[in-house]
Ligand binder design. Structure first.
Ligand code: UD1
Ligand code: CA
Length: 459
């Protein structure tokens, strides 16, 4: 094998997905925060393939735009009629004809294939071996193509529907992924004929066609979980479970503490530094990074957020997209942060909503503070300077600025900018009426009902 083989990955994503019972195409359903087709693209990219092609249905611009956003380098080809897996691969013929050392075919509904497996398969085709298939041994082989193997060589793949009794007894199955040597790939694919139970052009005919040309075919066996595909929502959940377990193990092995890992849900792109502690029942959506030594307390939900080193989040906190927490910042219970930056050491400890805001270093945001960022039509920003102190239960009506070191009295409704180091009070002034309560209770109409009176009677 060459040191740097040129590998073309073709991802088949023209599924009908009827068993998903969904308005959305199957390959856009998500596991670990990423679409199924996104997982295939990610695995191919992580394997370091040189070219990417995706075969999609013509009526699905949503799939094309997902591919374009995740892998702008990928070329999309449309398959106008579903006529089988070999027919699907041939829609990418222009990309194959451009030449490569290995063509790797991936399925858009098989999200657990590891990048290492793609590299192994791509690297396995050489002067002797023209085709390599990803094999696996499922608990129940029903429905899968069986690998007919003799002395380690792959003679043929027999689809379940076309297999006889003896062939159906074979446990070793086709996991779907296949590598074809670049120089013979097009020839083999074009030789496929629809001579089977379903009248389809089967990709799985390629090993036999290779043999007929005096070439060799083989297989690489992978753990059954890796070949697991998604046809319905039960299998979607099964893949989710496998992926979550993989992600948890990966992060724990990299130095993250999880007290109850089985209750922590991560995304494929989650970045977590060393010595982070994640307490039970935490959900981390796409686009989250967490810095060294931060603690994510129980029942918190994070998405599109950056948490600085040593920061604290929760319990029961929600970080929405655009939330950025500086070093040692603190976001406490029942606090929601959206599109807002908290400077280093800033604290918002209880019951607050901060949206479209920037909060300076070491600022203290009192319990119940709300940024009123929306007037029903547009969003406005709130800017709070370093070391500012916002008293509890204040409403900050944006656009508004609170200067460095300024104080806001509790219960204020702030509609105008507060200069640095000033005190703003924006609430009703307190009035005291001495002995008012005694006189009130002493009124004739109140004496009979007065609590004081009944207590005296009992006494
Ligand atoms: C396929 C294999 C089978 C293997 C199994 C593993 C063939 C003929 N059979 O069977 O040996 O055990 O996968 O999961 O390859 N697709 C298209 N266009 C088409 C047909 C299929 O894009 O015209 C795509 C599908 O969206 C899917 C993939 O190709 O992502 C596989 O097709 P599917 O119909 O699911 O094949 P299986 O019957 O599962
Ligand atoms: Ca399938």
């Amino acid at each position: 094998m060459k040191a740097n083989p040129r590998v073309l990955a073709v991802i088949l994503a023209a599924g009908d997905g009827t068993r998903m019972k969904s308005a959305r195409p199957k390959v856009l359903h998500k596991v670990a925060g990423l679409s199924l087709v996104g997982h295939a693209l990610h695995s191919a990219q992580a394997a370091g393939v040189s070219d990417l092609a995706v075969v999609i249905s013509p009526d699905r611009p949503d799939v094309a735009s997902e591919v374009a956003s995740l892998a702008p380098e990928a070329r999309c080809f449309e398959q106008h009629e579903r006529r089988g897996t070999a027919h699907a691969v041939l829609q990418a013929a222009p990309a194959i004809a451009a030449g490569c050392d290995a063509l790797v075919v991936l399925f858009g509904d098989t999200p657990l294939v590891r990048p290492e497996t793609i590299r192994t398969l791509a690297g396995s085709v050489n002067a002797e071996q023209a085709v390599t298939v990803m094999g696996f041994t499922p608990a129940d082989p029903t429905g899968y193509g069986r690998l007919l193997v003799e002395n380690g060589a792959l003679l043929a793949i027999r689809e379940h529907k076309d297999a006889n009794e003896a062939e159906r007894a074979i446990r070793l199955c086709n996991g779907g992924m296949m590598a074809l040597r670049g120089d013979v790939a097009l020839e083999l694919l074009q030789a496929v004929r629809p001579n089977n139970a379903q009248g389809e052009f089967y990709l799985t005919d390629c090993p036999e066609l290779a043999l007929a040309r005096g070439l060799r075919a083989g297989f690489v066996e992978v753990p059954a979980e890796e070949a697991q595909g998604v046809n319905d929502r039960v299998q979607l959940a099964a893949c989710e479970a496998v992926l979550q377990q993989r992600l948890r193990l990966m992060h724990m092995q990299a130095g993250v503490t999880m007290i109850a890992p089985e209750t922590v849900f991560l995304s494929l792109d989650t970045v977590i530094a060393r010595d982070v502690v994640i307490e039970p029942n935490v959900v981390i959506g796409p686009g989250v990074s967490i810095g060294d030594g931060a603690v994510i307390h129980a029942f918190s939900h994070l998405e599109g957020a950056r948490v600085g080193a040593g920061a604290g989040v929760g319990p029961f906190a929600r970080l929405r997209p655009g939330a950025t927490l500086g070093e040692k910042a603190k976001v406490g219970n029942f606090v929601e942060i959206k599109n807002a930056d908290l400077g280093p050491g800033a604290k918002v400890s209880h019951l607050s909503y901060l949206g479209d805001a920037s909060i300076g270093a070491e600022a203290n945001i009192g319990a119940g503070t709300i940024t009123c960022n929306y007037d029903g039509f547009r969003k406005f920003r709130t800017e709070i300077g370093d070391n500012a102190f916002v008293g509890s239960n204040s409403a900050l009506v944006a656009p508004v600025r609170i200067g460095e070191g300024a104080y806001v009295g509790s219960g204020s409704v702030i509609t105008e900018d507060v200069p640095a180091n000033a005190l703003a009070l924006a609430r009703g002034r307190q009035a005291i009426k001495a002995d008012w309560a005694t006189q009130f209770r002493a009124k004739p109409e109140n004496i009979a009902k007065s609590k004081g009176a009944s207590r005296k009677e009992k006494g």
